[in-house]
Design a protein around this ligand. Structure first.
Ligand SMILES: *Cc1c(COP(=O)(O)O)cnc(C)c1O
Length: 226
Protein backbone atom coordinates (compact mmCIF):
# COMPACT_ATOMS: atom_id res chain seq x y z
CA UNK A 1 0.00 0.00 0.00
CA UNK A 2 2.83 2.39 0.85
CA UNK A 3 4.44 1.77 -2.53
CA UNK A 4 1.20 2.77 -4.28
CA UNK A 5 0.83 5.89 -2.15
CA UNK A 6 4.38 6.84 -2.96
CA UNK A 7 3.85 6.26 -6.68
CA UNK A 8 0.80 8.55 -6.54
CA UNK A 9 2.74 11.26 -4.72
CA UNK A 10 5.56 10.96 -7.28
CA UNK A 11 3.08 11.29 -10.13
CA UNK A 12 1.51 14.36 -8.51
CA UNK A 13 4.94 15.95 -8.05
CA UNK A 14 5.68 15.37 -11.73
CA UNK A 15 2.33 16.86 -12.74
CA UNK A 16 2.89 19.94 -10.59
CA UNK A 17 6.41 20.39 -11.98
CA UNK A 18 5.02 20.11 -15.51
CA UNK A 19 2.27 22.66 -14.71
CA UNK A 20 4.90 25.08 -13.50
CA UNK A 21 7.41 24.43 -16.28
CA UNK A 22 9.88 23.16 -13.72
CA UNK A 23 12.14 20.15 -13.80
CA UNK A 24 11.42 17.23 -11.46
CA UNK A 25 15.00 17.45 -10.19
CA UNK A 26 14.28 20.83 -8.62
CA UNK A 27 11.98 19.30 -6.02
CA UNK A 28 13.00 17.01 -3.15
CA UNK A 29 10.40 14.84 -1.49
CA UNK A 30 10.85 14.54 2.26
CA UNK A 31 8.81 11.64 3.65
CA UNK A 32 7.44 12.80 7.00
CA UNK A 33 7.60 9.69 9.16
CA UNK A 34 6.71 11.08 12.60
CA UNK A 35 4.83 8.60 14.82
CA UNK A 36 5.34 5.84 12.21
CA UNK A 37 7.23 2.61 13.01
CA UNK A 38 10.66 1.76 11.62
CA UNK A 39 9.12 -1.06 9.57
CA UNK A 40 7.15 1.49 7.54
CA UNK A 41 10.17 3.73 7.09
CA UNK A 42 12.07 0.69 5.79
CA UNK A 43 9.34 0.10 3.24
CA UNK A 44 9.62 3.68 2.04
CA UNK A 45 13.42 3.44 2.04
CA UNK A 46 13.20 0.34 -0.12
CA UNK A 47 11.14 2.34 -2.62
CA UNK A 48 14.15 4.61 -3.03
CA UNK A 49 13.35 7.47 -0.64
CA UNK A 50 16.40 8.81 1.23
CA UNK A 51 14.99 11.98 2.84
CA UNK A 52 12.93 11.58 6.01
CA UNK A 53 11.39 14.27 8.20
CA UNK A 54 10.72 14.04 11.92
CA UNK A 55 9.45 16.59 14.41
CA UNK A 56 10.84 15.15 17.65
CA UNK A 57 14.49 14.88 18.61
CA UNK A 58 14.03 11.61 20.44
CA UNK A 59 12.29 10.00 17.49
CA UNK A 60 15.06 11.00 15.08
CA UNK A 61 17.67 9.58 17.45
CA UNK A 62 15.87 6.28 17.94
CA UNK A 63 15.01 5.71 14.30
CA UNK A 64 18.35 6.68 12.87
CA UNK A 65 20.05 3.95 14.91
CA UNK A 66 17.86 1.31 13.32
CA UNK A 67 17.96 2.48 9.73
CA UNK A 68 20.63 2.73 6.99
CA UNK A 69 23.18 5.50 7.37
CA UNK A 70 22.61 7.02 3.92
CA UNK A 71 19.30 8.53 5.06
CA UNK A 72 19.15 12.32 5.22
CA UNK A 73 17.25 13.28 8.36
CA UNK A 74 15.30 16.54 8.35
CA UNK A 75 14.31 18.18 11.61
CA UNK A 76 10.99 19.84 10.78
CA UNK A 77 9.46 20.38 14.22
CA UNK A 78 9.86 22.93 16.96
CA UNK A 79 13.33 22.48 18.44
CA UNK A 80 14.15 23.09 22.09
CA UNK A 81 17.58 24.54 22.75
CA UNK A 82 18.53 21.90 25.31
CA UNK A 83 18.02 19.15 22.70
CA UNK A 84 20.06 20.64 19.89
CA UNK A 85 23.15 18.67 20.94
CA UNK A 86 21.47 15.35 20.21
CA UNK A 87 20.80 16.04 16.55
CA UNK A 88 23.67 18.35 15.65
CA UNK A 89 25.88 15.70 14.10
CA UNK A 90 23.50 13.70 11.98
CA UNK A 91 20.79 16.04 10.76
CA UNK A 92 20.95 17.02 7.10
CA UNK A 93 18.82 20.14 7.48
CA UNK A 94 17.07 21.89 10.36
CA UNK A 95 13.91 23.47 8.90
CA UNK A 96 12.57 25.13 12.00
CA UNK A 97 14.82 27.95 13.16
CA UNK A 98 12.70 30.87 14.22
CA UNK A 99 14.65 32.66 16.97
CA UNK A 100 18.16 34.01 17.34
CA UNK A 101 18.54 32.18 20.64
CA UNK A 102 17.95 28.83 18.97
CA UNK A 103 20.33 29.69 16.13
CA UNK A 104 22.96 30.67 18.68
CA UNK A 105 22.69 27.30 20.44
CA UNK A 106 22.91 25.40 17.14
CA UNK A 107 26.01 27.45 16.36
CA UNK A 108 27.62 26.63 19.71
CA UNK A 109 27.00 22.89 19.30
CA UNK A 110 28.07 22.94 15.64
CA UNK A 111 31.32 24.66 16.57
CA UNK A 112 32.09 21.94 19.13
CA UNK A 113 32.06 19.27 16.43
CA UNK A 114 33.49 21.58 13.74
CA UNK A 115 30.49 21.24 11.49
CA UNK A 116 28.73 23.85 9.38
CA UNK A 117 25.05 23.14 9.88
CA UNK A 118 22.53 24.01 7.18
CA UNK A 119 19.32 25.59 8.43
CA UNK A 120 16.13 27.18 7.16
CA UNK A 121 14.28 30.09 8.73
CA UNK A 122 10.70 29.12 9.57
CA UNK A 123 8.17 31.78 8.61
CA UNK A 124 4.64 31.96 9.97
CA UNK A 125 3.11 32.86 6.62
CA UNK A 126 -0.50 33.28 7.71
CA UNK A 127 0.26 34.83 11.10
CA UNK A 128 -1.50 31.99 12.93
CA UNK A 129 -1.18 32.28 16.70
CA UNK A 130 -1.00 28.49 17.03
CA UNK A 131 2.05 28.14 14.82
CA UNK A 132 5.75 28.55 15.38
CA UNK A 133 7.78 30.56 12.91
CA UNK A 134 8.76 34.19 12.74
CA UNK A 135 6.50 36.90 11.36
CA UNK A 136 7.10 37.76 7.73
CA UNK A 137 8.18 41.33 8.44
CA UNK A 138 10.89 40.16 10.85
CA UNK A 139 12.49 37.55 8.61
CA UNK A 140 15.06 39.82 7.00
CA UNK A 141 16.35 41.15 10.31
CA UNK A 142 16.58 37.67 11.86
CA UNK A 143 18.35 36.40 8.74
CA UNK A 144 20.93 39.18 8.95
CA UNK A 145 21.58 38.43 12.61
CA UNK A 146 21.89 34.67 12.17
CA UNK A 147 24.12 35.14 9.12
CA UNK A 148 26.88 36.35 11.45
CA UNK A 149 27.07 32.97 13.19
CA UNK A 150 30.05 31.13 11.68
CA UNK A 151 28.92 27.53 12.00
CA UNK A 152 25.49 27.92 10.47
CA UNK A 153 24.53 28.21 6.83
CA UNK A 154 21.13 29.70 6.04
CA UNK A 155 19.87 27.83 2.97
CA UNK A 156 16.37 29.23 2.61
CA UNK A 157 12.93 29.49 4.14
CA UNK A 158 10.35 27.04 5.45
CA UNK A 159 6.67 27.56 6.10
CA UNK A 160 3.70 25.55 7.34
CA UNK A 161 0.57 26.87 5.66
CA UNK A 162 -2.81 26.73 7.41
CA UNK A 163 -4.71 23.49 7.40
CA UNK A 164 -7.29 23.59 4.62
CA UNK A 165 -9.21 21.24 2.35
CA UNK A 166 -8.76 23.66 -0.56
CA UNK A 167 -5.09 24.06 -1.48
CA UNK A 168 -5.89 27.15 -3.56
CA UNK A 169 -6.44 28.99 -0.28
CA UNK A 170 -2.74 28.53 0.49
CA UNK A 171 -1.43 29.65 -2.89
CA UNK A 172 -1.10 33.31 -1.80
CA UNK A 173 0.98 32.27 1.22
CA UNK A 174 3.35 30.15 -0.87
CA UNK A 175 3.71 32.91 -3.42
CA UNK A 176 4.39 35.46 -0.69
CA UNK A 177 7.12 33.33 0.90
CA UNK A 178 8.76 32.80 -2.47
CA UNK A 179 8.79 36.55 -3.10
CA UNK A 180 10.27 37.08 0.34
CA UNK A 181 13.08 34.63 -0.43
CA UNK A 182 13.80 36.37 -3.74
CA UNK A 183 13.95 39.75 -1.95
CA UNK A 184 16.34 38.38 0.67
CA UNK A 185 18.52 36.71 -1.98
CA UNK A 186 18.76 40.07 -3.79
CA UNK A 187 20.40 41.61 -0.72
CA UNK A 188 23.43 39.35 -1.19
CA UNK A 189 23.99 38.89 2.52
CA UNK A 190 27.23 37.06 3.32
CA UNK A 191 26.62 33.45 4.35
CA UNK A 192 22.96 33.50 3.23
CA UNK A 193 21.61 31.38 0.39
CA UNK A 194 17.97 31.26 -0.57
CA UNK A 195 18.10 28.12 -2.72
CA UNK A 196 15.66 26.11 -0.62
CA UNK A 197 11.96 26.72 -0.12
CA UNK A 198 10.46 24.06 2.13
CA UNK A 199 6.71 24.33 1.75
CA UNK A 200 3.75 22.09 0.95
CA UNK A 201 2.34 19.10 2.84
CA UNK A 202 -0.10 16.35 1.91
CA UNK A 203 -3.00 18.74 1.38
CA UNK A 204 -1.21 21.34 -0.69
CA UNK A 205 2.15 20.17 -2.04
CA UNK A 206 1.15 20.45 -5.70
CA UNK A 207 0.20 24.10 -5.22
CA UNK A 208 3.40 24.70 -3.29
CA UNK A 209 5.48 23.25 -6.16
CA UNK A 210 3.64 25.46 -8.63
CA UNK A 211 4.65 28.41 -6.45
CA UNK A 212 8.30 27.44 -6.24
CA UNK A 213 8.76 24.88 -3.43
CA UNK A 214 12.06 22.96 -3.68
CA UNK A 215 11.25 20.68 -0.74
CA UNK A 216 7.82 19.24 -0.04
CA UNK A 217 7.13 17.50 3.28
CA UNK A 218 4.58 14.73 2.81
CA UNK A 219 3.43 12.50 5.66
CA UNK A 220 -0.18 11.33 5.45
CA UNK A 221 -0.03 11.07 1.65
CA UNK A 222 2.68 8.40 1.96
CA UNK A 223 2.19 6.69 5.33
CA UNK A 224 -1.57 7.14 5.77
CA UNK A 225 -3.32 8.89 8.64
CA UNK A 226 -1.55 9.34 11.97
C1 LIG B 1 3.46 16.55 10.12
C2 LIG B 1 4.16 17.56 9.29
C3 LIG B 1 4.15 17.49 7.89
C4 LIG B 1 3.41 16.43 7.10
O1 LIG B 1 2.03 16.61 7.21
P1 LIG B 1 1.02 15.76 6.31
O2 LIG B 1 -0.19 16.62 6.25
O3 LIG B 1 0.80 14.49 7.04
O4 LIG B 1 1.65 15.57 4.99
C5 LIG B 1 4.87 18.44 7.19
N1 LIG B 1 5.55 19.42 7.81
C6 LIG B 1 5.58 19.52 9.15
C7 LIG B 1 6.35 20.62 9.77
C8 LIG B 1 4.88 18.61 9.94
O5 LIG B 1 4.93 18.73 11.27
Amino acid sequence: MIAEHLAQVEENIRTACRNAGRSREEVTLVAVSKTKPVSMLTEVYNCGIRNFGENKVQEICEKREQLPSDIQWHMIGHLQRNKVKYIIRDTALIHSVDTYRLAEEINIQAKKIRRIVPILIEVNAAGEASKFGIAEDEVLQLTEEIARLDNLRIQGLMTIAPYTTDPEENRPYFSKIRKLSVDIAAKNIDNVHMGILSMGMTGDYMTAIEEGATIVRVGTGIFGAR
